[in-house]
Design a protein around this ligand. Structure first.
Ligand code: NDP
Length: 489
């Protein structure tokens, strides 16, 4: 165990916390303590916000091109340090290195680079009103708070800070307590790229630290990635001072596999949508609706391919399924597996904690075998509730209308997928799905150019894509009188 200090970042450098409180940061693959993280006090949060206000005063006055140059450099540095940062993410989250090196850091760099490119293009409009005229200015909001979940720590920090900073805002970011490592490295990279002090700040700690941000009158916007219940609390807190809010919350997304689908492709899609990052992905398609006529073939191929997944040491390149984030989360996922069995769902594969015969130290880790259930009980808890682990439930349908009705029968609305070779059917189904992002013949693809964001109780607001600029700016209208006032008095 290493004693890790200076985990806060404000005024352009790492800072010690003054709370005297620490929390243990655990490696999920071994259940060993990596480091002790210092938790921010109310005073530290106050200082970080002060730092962000000072940073905002400088940053918001810079031109889009100047901001762009610095952000682009930060994206380049992230790519250069991909391996080092991916290793940090693996230790912190338990996910396989093959994923972290391919996706986590690079998708973060993509977002910063994309919004760096947009920064110089942010502008208002001119309105010709005869003699007089008006124009709009697209202005930053001020100090924004980013609050992250633990499944994609550095990606989330980049997806929030990239557009926020490109628009001229400053940010105080709080990573999840379970994955505190990478955010301060990102802050260091921004600094190295030339970001003025105070523009990106990090505070560490639990929900109490999150609340200090969501209640603070000087924070103008909160962007949260987290659970639905947390989203409701954050929105209620933000309402007290009418902050702007973006909520990227949980899901229980459907994948509809029609009888004319390419079954091998549908199997690949369902596996990506359930077992990538050991199932800890918000947009996962955990309700897999398969046309009854192809269920047998689909299930046969799915089980056969899933059985071959390599589960174990996340630091090895060949590993495909890593460890869940914590003991508590492992118990939650195992609890849902028990519930599924008790509810009468048929367990086709998995359902157990993974035990390694080669590496004893992994047996203290939080591994769960990829699990496949089949049921026709639409009211089962494993069909209704977000599990956030490697647990897929296969259901069936007879008609298109039935599939759409079942797919939409959820409080969530994050994502959905359709597999079919019939173009009209694909669009007809997608147009009726209540989800913020839909994939046709693929799943969980999130290119930075494309807006990603939820419907219904999965939240609101977008990340990625041009739409995100509206999330981090406000429009000021300026009317310019060119004539005498036409006074009624
Ligand atoms: P949580 O909601 O538990 O936590 C999210 C963040 O909010 C953490 O930093 C947490 O702090 C903080 N927090 C908790 N309570 C409050 C509060 N009252 N006020 C302010 N901040 C608070 O989510 P998880 O970290 O467990 O992440 C998993 C969830 O995130 C899943 O539901 C998943 O679907 C969702 N998610 C959504 C995504 C999307 O884009 N839609 C993407 C990824 C995940 P602490 O560190 O103490 O927990």
């Amino acid at each position: 165990m290493t004693k890790n200090t200076n985990n806060l970042f404000y005024n352009g450098k790492r800072q010690k916390a003054t709370s005297g409180k620490t929390f243990s940061n655990i490696n999920p693959a071994t259940n060993r303590v990596i480091s002790e993280i210092e938790s921010a006090s109310a005073n530290d949060v106050e200082r970080a916000i002060e730092s962000a206000k000072e940073g905002f005063a400088v940053w918001s006055k810079m031109s889009g091109t100047e901001r762009s140059r610095i952000l682009k450099k930060a994206a380049d540095l992230l790519r250069e340090r991909n391996k080092e940062l991916a290793e940090i993410e693996v230790m912190d989250t338990g996910k396989p290195i093959s994923e972290a090196i391919e996706v986590d850091v690079l998708s973060g760099a993509d977002a910063i680079e994309y919004f760096a490119g947009i920064a110089p293009t942010i502008r208002g409009e001119h309105y010709d009103l005869g003699n007089s005229f008006a124009f709009t200015r697209r202005e930053p909001l001020g100090v924004c708070a980013g609050i992250g979940a633990w499944n994609y720590p550095i990606q989330i920090a980049c997806w929030k800070s990239g557009p926020a900073l490109a628009c001229g805002n400053s940010m105080v970011f709080k990573p999840a307590e379970l994955s505190p490592q990478s955010a301060v490295f990102l802050a260091g990279i921004y600094k190295e790229a030339g970001l003025p002090d105070g523009v990106f700040n990090v505070v560490q700690g639990d929900a109490e630290v999150g609340k200090m941000l969501t209640h603070h009158p000087d924070i103008r916007k909160v962007s949260l990635t987290g659970e639905v219940e947390t989203g409701k609390k954050v929105m209620a807190a933000a309402a007290k001072t009418l902050k702007h809010v973006t909520l990227e919350l949980g899901g229980k997304s459907p994948i509809i596999i029609c009888e004319d689908a390419n079954i091998d492709e549908a199997v690949n899609g369902a596996m990506i949508g359930n077992f990538y990052t050991q199932g800890e992905i918000c947009s996962n398609g955990t309700r897999v609706y398969v046309a009854e006529s192809i269920k047998k073939e689909f299930l046969g191929k799915l089980i056969e391919k899933t059985r071959r997944l390599i589960i174990g040491d996340p630091t090895k390149m060949e590993t495909q399924v890593g460890a869940l984030i914590s003991q508590e989360h492992l118990e939650k996922v195992m609890g849902y597996i028990e519930i599924g069995i008790k509810e009468g769902a048929k367990l086709h594969l998995g359902g157990k904690r993974f035990q390694s015969h080669k590496q004893a130290e992994l047996n203290k880790g939080f591994f769960v075998e990829p699990t496949i259930f089949e049921t026709d009980n639409e009211e089962a808890r494993i069909v209704k509730e977000e599990i956030f682990g490697p647990v897929m439930t296969v259901l069936t349908f007879k008609t298109e209308e039935e599939a759409i009705k079942k797919a939409n029968d959820t409080v969530y609305g994050l994502a959905a997928g359709v597999f079919t070779n019939n173009l009209q059917r694909a669009h007809r189904i997608v147009n009726q799905l209540e989800a913020g992002i839909c994939w046709i013949n693929n799943y969980n693809i999130t290119p930075v150019e494309v807006p990603f964001g939820p419907y219904k109780q999965s939240g609101f607001g977008k990340e990625n894509g041009l739409a995100t600029i509206e999330e981090y700016t406000q429009l000021k209208t300026v009317y310019v009188e060119m004539d005498k006032i036409d006074s009624p008095y």
